[in-house]
Design a protein around this ligand. Structure first.
Ligand code: EPZ
Length: 438
């Protein structure tokens, strides 16, 4: 398995370009299953989960052309298989996003039930309950979800209220409702920018979706959807990660091709901490921290509040800030895996259930550490950038899932980081059941 070797201490300086959002690319790629016409997606991040999602689409019978690295032309006119197998789902739980489109267009779908992962059990009961409310029959069979539309093949629009805010649950039901008979209203829907991006694609395909990005989404079902062309929004979590990278190293970064309005709660919190963040234009930020940082509490919540996907990166920053911060993780039940690795580097962190109490600043010392999930890996890289000495991070395939060439981007702005590739004779670094985090 690949590792990163980082020698800390270099303030980052220069300019970095943000890639497309993984968590928008994945549902948008799944949406291509809703039509026999070609869906062209631009600005896809060159990250491992996109490659996995492409393989899933091709396994189902779709063709995917890549005229250039970050553009996929997807045509699902010849879908012959309606099943996402365990081998794929275990490496990427977002494969469940194939359920809604397959059920809506073909009236049937079989997807391996994703197991838990490093950050939590992550059930999909709310997805399945929603499909049943749309008239589908859903049953569990040997670890697979088997769903089928009522006789006649079409789902029937209805009102659905999510007991909890669920991002991919909202996306799955929204896609399923686009081809249902009648109108569907989703209440307590997720409001993430990735939902709004998916709505825009669906409407370009001929769907009639209103309210994307708000807690109430209305979908008038149509007979069929067509092809479309769409550019994926920038990744707000990558943007936040690089703002923290500038701050934790005491450097200054110009962060281009981003959408500051998609991470206003992150910008607000980091500004409180003492990071200087300036919007140079609607797609460019400048982040630096010249003076000492002050610790502040934070609570993760669904959008537009502080995102759980930035919690690990924020914790790394709090180890270098003056004072005590209490970090409350309300979205996932086990998302502090990075804390023990940060403690091995010298961080002072106490875990109490859903709370992490961080006292800073503490000098960090490089050490051999292990990544456990996508965002925890980013947190460990950030800690390595400021630690004295050498940090070796193992299992960096976690970070490759959601960040495009992060070590190249960091090296280009002065970080002393390199990838140590696993020896070719080593067994394959295939992800395990627990790795299906994001
Ligand atoms: C999406 O996961 C993201 N993944 C996650 O990003 C992100 O952390 C998460 O939303 C929260 O923002 C993608 O978009 C591919 P949820 P998702 O359904 O949709 C519970 C990353 O790092 N729940 O919003 O799986 C669930 O257990 C990844 O890029 C149910 O109980 O998250 C969790 O506690 C990690 N039943 C909470 O809701 C359900 O049916 C929020 O989960 C569904 C969810």
């Amino acid at each position: 398995m690949d590792k990163f070797r980082i020698r800390g201490g270099n303030p980052l300086k220069g300019s970095v370009s943000i890639s497309g959002a993984k968590n928008s690319a994945l549902p948008c790629m799944a949406a291509s299953l809703l039509t026999p016409e070609t869906v062209t997606l631009h600005n896809l991040p060159y990250a491992r989960d996109i490659i996995t999602q492409r393989r899933l689409l091709e396994d189902l019978g779709a063709t995917v052309l890549t005229p250039e690295l970050r553009t996929h032309k997807i045509n699902a006119s010849h879908i012959e298989i309606f099943e996402a197998p365990y081998e794929l789902v275990k490496t990427m739980r977002a494969s469940v996003l194939a359920l809604g489109p397959l059920l809506a267009r073909f009236g049937k779908a079989k997807v391996s039930l994703p197991g838990g992962c490093a950050i939590g059990t992550r059930p999909i009961d709310l997805h399945l309950k929603g499909f049943e409310q749309l008239g589908a029959e859903v049953r569990l069979e040997a670890g697979n979800v088997v769903a089928s539309a009522p006789a006649g093949g079409r789902l029937k629009g209805t009102e659905i209220r999510f007991e909890k805010v669920t991002v991919t649950g909202t996306e799955n039901l929204m896609m399923a409702a686009t081809l249902a008979r009648g109108t569907t209203v989703l209440h307590n829907a997720a409001c993430e920018p990735e939902i709004t991006d998916l709505c825009q694609l669906l409407n370009r395909m001929g769907a009639r979706v209103r309210g994307g990005g708000t807690p109430t989404i209305e979908i008038d079902g149509v007979e069929a959807l067509g092809g479309a062309e769409h550019t994926i929004i920038p990744d707000r979590i990558e943007t936040g990660t690089f703002i923290v990278a500038a701050a934790i190293t005491g450097g200054e970064l110009e962060i281009k091709d981003c959408r500051p309005e998609h991470l206003s709660s992150v910008i607000k919190k980091l500004t409180e901490v003492g990071v200087e963040i300036e919007e140079l234009n609607p797609s460019t930020l400048r982040a630096r921290s010249k003076r000492g940082l002050k610790s502040h509490d934070v609570t993760t919540e669904p959008y537009p509040q502080f995102p759980t996907d930035m919690q690990a990166q924020y914790m790394a920053l709090m180890t270098q800030s003056e004072g005590r911060s209490v970090i409350a993780e309300t979205v996932f039940e086990n998302r502090f895996m990075h804390a023990s690795e940060l403690q091995r580097m010298g961080a002072r962190i106490q875990l109490q259930g859903r709370l992490a109490i961080v006292d800073g600043p503490t000098p960090l010392t490089g050490a051999p550490i292990q990544a456990s999930d996508l965002r925890a890996s980013a947190s460990l890289v950030l800690a390595g950038l400021v630690a004295r000495g050498e940090t070796i991070i193992d299992r960096v395939y976690h970070i490759d899932r959601g960040y495009e060439k992060i070590e190249a981007k960091l090296r280009a702005v002065g970080a002393d980081i390199e990838r140590i590739r696993e020896s070719v004779t080593a067994p394959s670094s295939g992800a395990t059941h627990q790795d299906a985090a994001a």
